[in-house]
Structures are given as structure tokens and as C-alpha cells.
Design a protein around this ligand. Structure first.
Ligand SMILES: Nc1ncnc2c1ncn2[C@@H]1O[C@H](COP(=O)(O)OP(=O)(O)O)[C@@H](O)[C@H]1O
Ligand SMILES: [Mg+2]
Length: 386
């Protein structure tokens, strides 16, 4: 911007000069495109920055100039501001005079007459293209880093599984060569076990990698928790661990992806049982509970197992982090849980003390739960109407 104050007039007042400059020059010198549009969405006035950016504006509607469109935009912010007189700020994409795509931040300011009439809107747009390009590059770099990390973890997992299979083949083959049926059975059992591990690994990996939209239905949180409880009751009993449930009676239904929440609870309960199994306490227990706290639906899994030390806590939500060895853990359970919970607008939190146990909490504010997809609406009708 330039303010030509080099040759002040005699008796001139610098403040007065500055004000005059603001009144006469600022309009054309600000690095922000400013235009005034009327109710037919035609531009009736624009500043120099606007002309430099978007070109000739006379007798042209705003959607043609900003976006190169032949008709008004869907979700037109100007139309909304004409409707309710509210200031609006939005990020938009547009096309500048040389045909390049641009990103801009636009402020819609209603110009209201004392009578309340709103004949015009001022649109002020700031070019944020450079910032957007940087943001995109940063996201891409992060994505590539995440892909690299995932591929490395996957390769590591596969290597361990192959070693297990090779071990089984070796034992089986040497049993065959020596006509030792006992050894053959042992080798076969090793192969069997490793194939089961591959299946678990692939299932967990796919669950983790799935970019899915939650399939939302009106479900009973207690019913999902009960199903998970039933799934583990026998396993806990065999391991000598007391598995208990503490479900809040009459817990209201919630819009959730039933399979997703089931997966989360399975992950938490199986981790809790694992932590108890390797603990040497005599009274090991896991409690699965549900509740509603001030409009927040809560699932809680507590255990008095090994708990976690500082190092484990630091890595607990990291890809492929497991303390269970590659033959038992995949290090994907908690991460998958977090992803599913976040898809429901919720959060995962935990407290854990080494040697004492852990509590994992899934909290879902009910007002942030996903809305119904079209295809799910008919199902809800069945639930409420049946
Ligand atoms: N309830 C718990 N008690 C103690 N440690 C836990 C508990 N839950 C998770 N962890 C720790 O977090 C790690 C990651 O868990 P997870 O993502 O489910 O992978 P995985 O169970 O395959 O190891 C576990 O290996 C374990 O060290
Ligand atoms: Mg796990």
C-alpha cells in the first residue's frame, strides 16, 4: 500500500490526511477482493484487488465471476445472508481470471438500511491458496509416512507368521522322513495353529484398514454388551477369571453401528482377560459395565490384571504395538477401537496402574452420535413400529 504523504499541504493535519487516504484509497489498496452484490446476485461495485484477481465484473453475476458457473451455486452463502441477515464466513474454491483454481476465505456482510431493508451484501475474499497447497502437501506427507509405517508393520507380521509356518513344515517333513507319526502330528498342529493366527491377523488388519461409513441403527447398548459378555463367559471361566457385568437398567437405545461397537468391546474385554491371565493374583476379575452420565453413553471395561507401565502407556495406541509377542498380539485392537469410537463422535480414555489393573472407557455424547443413513431409516421404522 502506498500513502503519498511526502508533500503535505500547508497547515495540513497528518491525522486528517490519513483519514482522507483511508476514505479515498484504502478501498483500492487493500489486498482483499471486495465486491458488493445485489439481490439478483449481480456485482454492482468492486475494488481493484477484485478486478486484478477475477477480471471484468460489470453486468456479471457473482457465481459466473467467482466460479465460472452459469447458474447460482447450491448452498449459496449470499442467498442465506439475504435470507437471515447474518454475517457468514466460509472457505470456498473458485476460478481466477487466468483460469487457475483458487481457495479463498469469504466474509458475507449484510448491508442493512435503517428501515431494515437488506438490498446488498458485501463479499470480502482473501486468497488462501498458498496456505491450502501447503496444508495438502503436509497431509500427503503424513499419509505417506502412515502408509510406510503400516507396510513395515504388515511385513513384520507376515514374516513372523511365515516363520511359524516354516517351523511347522520342518517338523512335519522330518516326521515324514523318519516315519515318526507323533512328530508328524506335532508338525501338523503347528501348521494348524499358524493358519489360525494368519486368519486372526488378516481379520484384525482388515477391520483396522476398513474405510467404512458406520452402518447406523437404533440399537440397545446393553444388548451389545450382553452379547460380548456371553462370548467371553466360558473363556474367562476356563482361565479362572471372574467376568462380571454391571449394566444400567433401561439404558435408552442409541444410533450406533452395532458391529463396530461389538468389535470395540470384544477388543477391550479380550485385552482385560489377557492382562488378568498373565497376572499372578489369585482373585482376578474383569467387569464390563454400561451407563448414561449426563447425556453421555458410557461403556467401561475394568480389570485388576497387570496394568501398564509408563513405556506401554506411551505406545498403547500406536500401529502394531503389542507386548504379547507376535504369536498372540497384533497391536491393532486399541487402534481399531479408537477409530470406530471416533466415527461415532466419541472418545476412548483409560487409567492404568502397573500391578493394579486398568479401566478403559468408551464415551459417546448422545448429541454427537451419527445420524441415520437413508437405507437405515426403514430398519428403525421396524424397531420402533414392531
Ligand atoms: N487392559 C489392559 N491391561 C494391560 N495392558 C493392556 C490392556 N489393554 C491393552 N494393553 C496393552 O496395550 C497393547 C496393545 O493392545 P491392542 O491394541 O489391543 O493389541 P494386542 O492386544 O494385539 O496386543 C497390549 O499389547 C498391551 O500391552
Ligand atoms: Mg488386543
Amino acid at each position: 500500500m502506498t500513502w503519498d504523504h511526502t508533500a503535505p499541504r500547508e497547515n495540513s493535519n497528518p491525522m486528517e490526511d490519513l483519514r482522507k487516504w483511508i476514505r479515498q484509497e484504502l478501498w483500492d489498496q487493500v489486498p482483499v477482493s471486495i465486491s458488493v452484490i445485489d439481490r439478483s446476485f449481480h456485482i454492482i461495485e468492486a475494488n481493484r484487488c477484485f478486478v486484478n484477481t477475477y477480471g471484468e465484473w460489470r453486468k456479471r453475476p457473482c457465481y459466473e465471476i467467482y466460479k465460472g458457473r452459469a447458474e447460482r451455486c447450491e448452498n449459496c452463502a449470499a442467498a442465506e445472508t439475504f435470507e437471515d441477515g447474518q454475517v457468514r464466513i466460509r472457505e470456498e474454491t473458485g476460478i481466477v481470471r487466468d483460469g487457475l483454481q483458487t481457495y479463498y476465505l469469504v466474509h458475507m456482510l449484510p448491508l442493512v438500511r435503517p428501515s431494515g431493508e437488506l438490498p446488498y451484501i458485501i463479499e470480502m475474499s482473501t486468497d488462501i491458496t498458498a496456505y491450502k497447497v501447503l496444508e495438502k502437501e503436509k497431509l500427503e506427507a503424513e499419509r505417506l509416512a502412515a502408509v510406510g509405517q503400516t507396510v513395515a508393520g504388515l511385513a513384520h507380521g507376515i514374516k513372523n507368521l511365515l516363520m511359524g509356518l516354516e517351523g511347522g513344515i520342518y517338523v512335519f517333513r522330518s516326521g515324514m522322513q523318519q516315519a515318526d507319526s507323533e512328530r508328524m502330528v506335532k508338525g501338523w498342529a503347528m501348521l494348524d495353529e499358524n493358519i489360525a493366527r494368519i486368519s486372526t491377523f488378516v481379520k484384525e488388519f482388515l477391520e483396522f484398514a476398513k474405510g467404512r461409513v458406520p452402518k447406523v441403527h437404533l440399537v440397545s447398548p446393553n444388548q451389545i454388551a450382553q452379547q460380548v459378555f456371553d462370548l467371553f463367559e466360558h473363556k474367562a471361566e476356563l482361565a479362572g477369571i471372574s467376568l462380571r457385568s454391571d449394566f444400567q437398567p433401561n439404558l435408552p437405545y442409541a444410533l450406533m453401528d452395532e458391529d463396530g461397537i461389538h468389535t470395540c468391546l470384544v477388543n477391550l474385554v479380550s485385552n482385560a482377560l489377557d492382562a488378568c491371565e498373565i497376572s499372578d493374583k489369585s482373585d482376578r476379575s474383569v467387569v464390563l459395565s454400561t451407563g448414561d452420565e449426563d447425556g453421555v453413553l458410557v461403556f467401561k471395561v475394568s480389570d485388576n490384571g497387570t496394568g501398564m507401565d509408563y513405556e506401554v502407556k506411551k505406545h498403547v495406541f500406536t500401529n502394531f504395538f503389542t507386548t504379547k509377542g507376535s504369536d498372540k498380539g497384533t497391536g491393532l485392537g486399541l487402534l481399531t477401537t479408537k477409530k470406530i469410537v471416533q466415527e461415532h463422535g466419541g472418545r476412548v480414555s483409560y487409567e492404568s496402574a502397573e500391578g493394579e489393573g486398568s479401566v478403559f472407557r468408551l464415551q459417546f455424547p448422545r448429541d454427537r452420535l451419527p445420524h441415520l443413513g437413508e437405507e437405515a431409516k426403514s430398519d428403525v421404522f421396524c424397531v420402533t413400529g414392531g
